[in-house]
Design a protein. Sequence first.
Length: 336
Amino acid sequence: MDLVISDYGVFLGKKSQRLTVKQKGKVINEVPFFDLEQLIIEGKGITFSSDLLYECMEHGINISFLSRSGTQYASLSSAYLNGSVITRREQLMSYEDKRGLQLVKFFVEGKLKNQRNVLKYFAKYRKTANIKLYEDLEDIVKKIDAHLEELKKITGKNIEQVRGNILSVEGRAGNLYWQGVAKILGPEVDFPGREHRPANHSVNAALNYGYAILASKIEKCLLLAGLEIFGGFLHVDRPGKKSLVYDFIEEFRQPVVDKVLIAAINKGTKIEFESDGYLTDESKKFVREKILDRLQQKEKYQGKKYTLETIIQRQARRIATFLRNEAKYKPFICGW
């Protein structure tokens, strides 16, 4: 399980083999360490003991710190997670050869196919109820497929040579996808299209927050796979920028975040946000629970059913084996 702590004045400690949550001196929750995968601290005025920190690192429990907007501003993980020197060395060298380029193409292929499949998922329920919407979405799907064909034709020696070409394909396909999402949400929601921070609409605020929750999970999985989270490929290097997290998350935004939030809003769920572009506490709790629940739902992967959280971890390990020239890589494609 993932444990999220957001209440002011909470103290986190250790008792035997359990994490304890105290408020005003009283224990309000206890969680066995072997049941805990990630601790998410969101908010101010939350304290914890060094004993708790030690136990979390011993059990491989990552501690993520999120700001009010859901942005991860810090994380704590065991120092031994970065001990796989061979993987990290190969990752950095692959930036200069075709491995880095191939990996980027796989990530973007996964993103475009999952965008297409999310649209197909919502379209199939409109085939008889709203034939015009169904046809509009099918037309967008065909255009995204055309961009996939364009992506396949991009070749070069390394990612530096063709980054602009790939970003162009990704951007044009993304514009089509968000046009489709706006059509699905309908005039009642009046979704203006995808914008980042500060959010200009409640849907964008919910997406930003959902992606932040997913990013903390992505980061943990990459670290467990022995990868360097700052050594990305599509996203350019900048001090403090977790480029590989932003590269890898593209494969999972649609099946983990977009699909569940679009469905919830379509069913009448009201997402509330403040004038500064951030969600209200109640809406944050709703989005957070939806995303964490979605990560425990199963999807077909390599002929079997696994939770999406397990799939993310397996895909992270496949990145490592691909970069070490030990195995092929295929993007995860969600069903529709």
